[in-house]
Design a protein around this ligand. Sequence first.
Ligand code: KDG
Length: 335
Amino acid sequence: MKTLTRLTITTALAASMALPALADISNRTITISNGIAESHPVGNGVAAMRECIDEKTEGAWTINAFWSSALGDDLTATQALRSGTQEMVITSSSPLVGIEPALGVFDLPFLFSDSEEADAILDGEFGDFMNERLEAVGLVNLAYWENGFRNLTNSVRPVERLEDFDGMRVRVMQNNIFLDTFQALGTNATPMAFGEVFTALETRAIDAQENPYVTIDTSQFYEVQGYLSATQHAYTPFLALFSGPIFNTYSETEQQILRDCAVVGRDVQRSVSRELSDVSLANVQAAGMQFNEISAEEMDRIRAAVEGVYATHADSIGVDVIDRMQAELNALRGN
Ligand code: KDG
């Protein structure tokens, strides 16, 4: 009899220890949006995050994903998070500099040398520093996902030297740092939301745009662009943002589930993005794009032409922000 009693008490204790976690998880519906097609590696990331959430909530949460700017562009969706009318967005950081100017540091040309450096900065102290600033404006950044290294496409000519940029009508993200960078290269730069780019290229309202290979491929820019040049002029991250007002209504258990599963999604998304980069480059060439790399000498001239953007935007980004970034990069590079 005593053994049965002990067993019953042990089982009851074990069950009661499990209960708080389940009791802390309510039925939830999460709306998440993004500006690109689901075939982009962001789709893989969202799928992995959803699987993680299904497992941890035992199916108590529903994730509804919307693609190709269906719920508005990056800035519109992000404002919906701040007002508490949408839960989540995977967005480029660049269009958000009007909300948090410090984000502009990620738009500085040729800032990161490679994705390993980008990961170390974004997943380290600097990323935490930026996340604190985002929380102050009602945005919880659950993780940094990968947009990637950006390259120029156009319908006019191969860009092999600095002078080939001259007069080109280039679409840039709604961000003065990108605007000034491409004006410094001699182009006629135009800020535009991502959802409008394909039509603007198709109608020849603009000549060019710049994005990572996987975006050029999955957004089918090869249908309206003849030339792709490996400028690799900036590495921009994606932010996996959650609404601050809504996040604050979640239990600590639920908040941790969001953070943990956004990291699971991040690792899958980055991995697929890097695996697909060369595949996408091959795809767009097979679809007819003429690809060219740029000589080291010409890359030095291009870098020199845009280096003034750092000084021009130091005040708007924050000298302290840029100094912090440079210090962490120097430490990584052993300088
Ligand atoms: O929602 C993300 C897209 O808007 C993303 O592709 C942003 O790189 C981007 C661009 O060029 O606008």
